[in-house]
Design a binder for this molecule. Structure first.
Ligand SMILES: C[S@@+](CC[C@H](N)C(=O)[O-])C[C@H]1O[C@@H](n2cnc3c(N)ncnc32)[C@H](O)[C@@H]1O
Length: 227
């Protein structure tokens, strides 16, 4: 298992893998290579943007935005006047995202998803793509609850992350990748825990779910559950 570090500078604290800083400059290239056998990164990203279906006038938060790929795609979709905010705990990821966001109205914030520096009910939509598996179960719960807090009452959460595939082939591929590359937190979330139940326990109701990329990934649409 790779090391995690705690980033504390008085403004934020939380766990994240220090590898996120080290891989930031070639993350986008790595993503292209990884998704190539599964139909390509562009296809998968477009599918997720369609799933989010961002509308003009909506305020969108990209939690664990990484190098900002989705923030930029959403900005392109809704037009540059809309305000999109990306949050990530890795300074190096934010640095790359800042280079990519040029010309778009995207605000990038260095902060932990566990303590979001925004007012209650200030976003229409939040997304988290491939971020939650990076966290411990507690970190994930804190982040999901924080995301719920910053969403408006009718706000929506869109998650894209590892699925638990039922077929042997996809299961084998994913287990291999998670063991070799992602590490214990991701493996535990996918194969030892119940991710959907974690989302529900954080105060969300799952309203739509679909799998993609030979079922190794899933997209989840959830809304605040007030019952
Ligand atoms: C695999 S990358 C995904 C990046 C991007 N969302 C994408 O779809 O390509 C995971 C990101 O989550 C960030 N991250 C992990 N834990 C975090 C936390 N507690 N708060 C904020 N960001 C976090 C990492 O720094 C990293 O940039």
């Amino acid at each position: 298992m790779r090391k995690e570090k705690i980033a504390v500078d008085g403004k934020f604290s939380g766990y994240y893998r220090e590898e996120c800083d080290k891989i930031a400059s070639f993350y986008d290239f790595g993503a292209k290579l990884f998704y190539f056998p599964f139909g390509g990164e562009r296809k998968f990203r477009r599918m997720f943007v369609e799933f989010i279906s961002p509308k003009s006038g909506e305020r969108v938060l990209d939690v664990c935005c990484g190098t900002g790929t989705l923030s930029v795609l959403i900005a392109k979709k809704v037009g540059s006047r809309e305000s999109i905010v990306g949050v990530d705990l890795s300074p190096e990821m934010i640095k790359v995202a800042k280079q990519k966001k040029k010309g778009f109205n995207i605000e990038l914030v260095l902060a932990t998803a566990e303590l979001l520096p925004f007012k209650d009910g200030s976003f229409d939509k939040a997304l988290c793509s491939l971020g939650l598996h990076e966290m411990t179960k507690t970190g994930r719960q804190n982040s999901l609850k924080e995301t719920r807090r910053i969403l408006k009452d009718n706000g929506k959460l869109h998650i894209c992350d590892w699925n638990t595939p039922e077929d042997h082939f996809s299961c084998f591929i994913e287990k291999l990748f998670l063991k070799i590359y992602e590490g214990e937190t991701a493996y535990n979330m996918v194969f030892k825990g119940n991710f959907l139940e974690e989302i529900r326990k954080s105060g969300f109701k799952i309203i739509k779910r679909k799998t993609c990329s030979i079922n190794i990934l899933q997209m989840i649409l959830a809304k605040k559950d007030d019952t």
